[in-house]
Design a protein around this ligand. Structure first.
Ligand SMILES: [Zn+2]
Length: 96
């Protein structure tokens, strides 16, 4: 069974208007991130433009230096290398 590449998964999610990709191994949705072109910091999605249901443009904003930049699907990093590991989300939820 062929496993779709990360880029393919991202393109599919964007076409469906989604900003996260389902990780079939864990069942968690992982939000898309990209690396800041200036300092390589992990930058979350800042702004989106849609054409119909599909997301046609993504703008990311670096939390460290404030740079806003576009990223193509093959420049985003997605499911297999999440910026925020889901384990951290779980431990944060358990802290209360
Ligand atoms: Zn930056």
């Amino acid at each position: 069974m062929a496993v779709p590449s990360e880029t393919e998964q991202i393109q599919k999610a964007l076409a469906a208007g989604q900003l996260s990709v389902l990780d079939s191994a864990t069942g968690y949705h992982r939000s898309m991130y990209a690396h800041c072109p200036k300092d390589n910091h992990d930058a979350p999605v800042w702004r989106t433009e849609r054409s119909g249901q599909a997301i046609s443009r993504l703008v990311f904003r670096c939390p460290a230096c404030g740079t806003e930049f576009d990223a193509k699907p093959d420049g985003m990093f997605p499911p297999l290398r999440p910026a925020v590991p889901y384990r951290r989300c779980i431990s944060a939820a358990m802290r209360r």
